[in-house]
Design a protein around this ligand. Structure first.
Ligand code: ADP
Ligand code: MG
Length: 523
């Protein structure tokens, strides 16, 4: 078997690491950089570009350059997040089979897994060039708050990239593994990870090689991209007030604004004022118009204050779910590029009453942790043990569309549980099992993972048949469900996956059908 690598597949940047002579190291790309932009593009004559080469040409090739595909992966096309992204990015996001989003690049249609696969393949190449040998296995990280569909689509991306995905692990847990290397003391740490597209918060307990996640919370659609967007909106206003020109429909201008916004945002992490100069941004009746303005740190802070506050709500819930008080946390580790913003650092420091730990490189720890986990899996060593949790409650829809939780959020994985259900009508010959993940009491308000029918139930009065439904979440957080009629031994099972996502019409049909095939708890 070739080498195993750890890949941090980020919304904005990706990073690859390997354990070499017992030490995890980050592998630089051909340009010498330790991270590679998660950007894919098709340039003239069908040339595929990934990473810096794709990012550099984005302004002149906006609609065929794909940023932030991770924000779309494993989501339904009609979800709020995908619909919001459609206005945010110049590339075309379309509805595909099973309501999965597809991305059009230079007249070719890609699934989000395929786009992510191009990035993973690039990281694989970076590692192979460095190691001088082929790499065929990887541990890939995802936000802790990713649901089953997002995890499965990421796993698919790995397979498409030609990698044997040994495990999907959570970014904060990976960061904790790297942070904990060589530390012996028992401690409780909080990991606050604010990246380009996602926010994750986890509380973990560490002791000599064992990392146990106590609780996790987050938002898979909140990150630096949203900060950029606030600045872009502000600049659009400034420009329109100045010139009367609305730039929203101009993809090149929008891409230039986004670039300038991100640069200004990063400058403002170091300085009080940033200058924005974009000549020839639009043209009006009197000829070309330019944008030249300044933005102050306090202005940026007031533009994004609510976003930062929003992250603190997750922090609060996470600490509570861990059964702790803020002052019981020994160390706070802050990772992700967006957490370099002083306001974010300050908010975290205020909440926990301590300065965040500075000893880790926020861009590299996640990949390092993935490499450590990969090496432990291959070597079969026992000195690293990661006990992670499932971020979302798992259950099924029962009588009246109620969400019956079978596995609560923050339960340690792997886990399996089963429960007995029964019919709601006399002589009901089949039941439909619909599986959801989420926290809402109404099943349909949560993420539907999939559904299947168990048929061939012998005629019996309602409430009599015993149907055992088993739920399994593996170490990668991936869900499978099975149902068995105890009288006949008939069994149906599925690895629930995003391919079974349903459209609105289908959901309507199910609701109707479900009144016929309803099931209820049995003692
Ligand atoms: P991801 O893990 O999602 O790929 P990263 O952790 O690499 O993301 O963070 C990328 C985000 O961090 C981008 O939105 C970027 O603009 C932002 N960022 C990077 N450096 C800074 C900085 N100095 N100040 C503020 N934001 C920054
Ligand atoms: Mg990240």
């Amino acid at each position: 078997m070739g080498r195993v690598i750890g890949i941090d597949l980020g919304t904005t940047n990706s990073c690859v690491a390997v354990v070499d002579d017992g030490q995890p190291v980050v592998i630089p790309n051909a340009g010498g950089y330790k991270t590679t932009p998660s950007v894919f593009a098709i340039a003239s004559e069908c040339e595929y570009l990934v990473g810096y080469r794709a990012k550099r040409q984005a302004i002149t090739n906006a609609k065929d350059t794909v940023f932030a595909a991770k924000r779309l992966i494993g989501r339904r096309f009609d979800s709020v997040e995908v619909q919001r992204s459609r206005g945010l990015y110049p590339y075309a996001i379309l509805e595909g089979p099973n309501a999965d989003p597809r991305i059009r690049v230079a007249d070719r249609i890609f699934t989000c897994s395929e786009i992510s696969a191009t990035i993973l393949q690039e990281m694989k190449k970076v590692a192979e060039a460095y190691l001088g040998e082929s790499v065929d296995a990887a541990v890939i990280t995802v936000p802790a708050y990713f649901n089953d569909a997002q995890r499965q689509s990421t796993q698919d991306a790995g397979r498409i990239a030609g990698l044997d995905v040994l495990r999907i692990i959570n970014e904060p847990a990976a960061a904790a593994l790297a942070y904990g290397m060589g530390r012996e003391e028992e401690e409780k740490i909080a990991i606050y990870d604010l990246g380009g597209g996602t926010f994750d918060m986890s509380i973990l307990e560490m002791s000599a090689g064992v990392v146990e996640v106590l609780a996790t919370a987050g938002n898979t659609f909140l990150g630096g991209e949203d900060f950029d967007r606030r600045i872009v909106d502000h600049l659009l206003d400034v420009f329109e007030k100045d010139t009367g020109i609305d730039l929203k429909g101009d993809p090149v201008a929008m891409q230039r604004l986004k670039d300038a916004a991100e640069k200004a945002k990063c400058t403002l992490s170091l300085r009080e004022v940033a200058e924005i100069n974009l000549p020839f941004l639009g043209s009006g009746a009197e000829g070309p118009c330019h944008l030249a303005c300044e933005i102050r740190r306090d202005e940026l802070e007031s533009l994004v204050e609510d976003i930062v506050d929003g992250t603190l709500e997750s922090v609060q819930r996470c600490v509570k779910d861990a059964g702790l008080n803020a002052d019981e946390i020994d160390h706070v580790v802050v990772v992700g590029g967006q957490s370099r913003m002083p306001m974010v650092q300050q908010a975290v420091a205020n909440y926990f009453g301590q300065r965040p730990h500075k000893g880790v490189n926020p861009d590299e720890v996640v990949a390092l942790g993935a490499a450590i986990q990969g090496s432990a899996l291959v070597e079969g060593t026992q000195d690293v043990l990661l006990l992670d949790v499932t971020p979302l409650s798992l259950g099924i829809s029962t009588y009246g569309g109620h969400f019956s939780r079978l596995i609560e959020r923050n339960t340690t994985v792997p886990v399996n549980k089963s429960h007995l259900f029964t019919t709601t009508r006399d002589d009901q010959a089949a039941v439909k099992i619909r599986v959801f993940q989420g926290e809402n009491e109404q099943a349909l308000e949560n993420d539907m993972l999939g559904e299947f029918v168990l048929s061939g139930i012998p005629p019996a009065p309602k409430g009599e048949p015993e149907i055992e439904v088993g739920f399994d979440i593996d170490s990668s957080g991936i869900v499978s469900v099975s149902a068995r009629d105890l009288a006949t031994g008939r069994q149906q099972s599925i690895t629930v996956n995003s391919k079974s996502s349903l459209s609105c019409e289908e959901v309507d049909l199910i609701i109707e059908e479900n009144t016929r095939l309803e099931l209820a708890f049995r003692g």
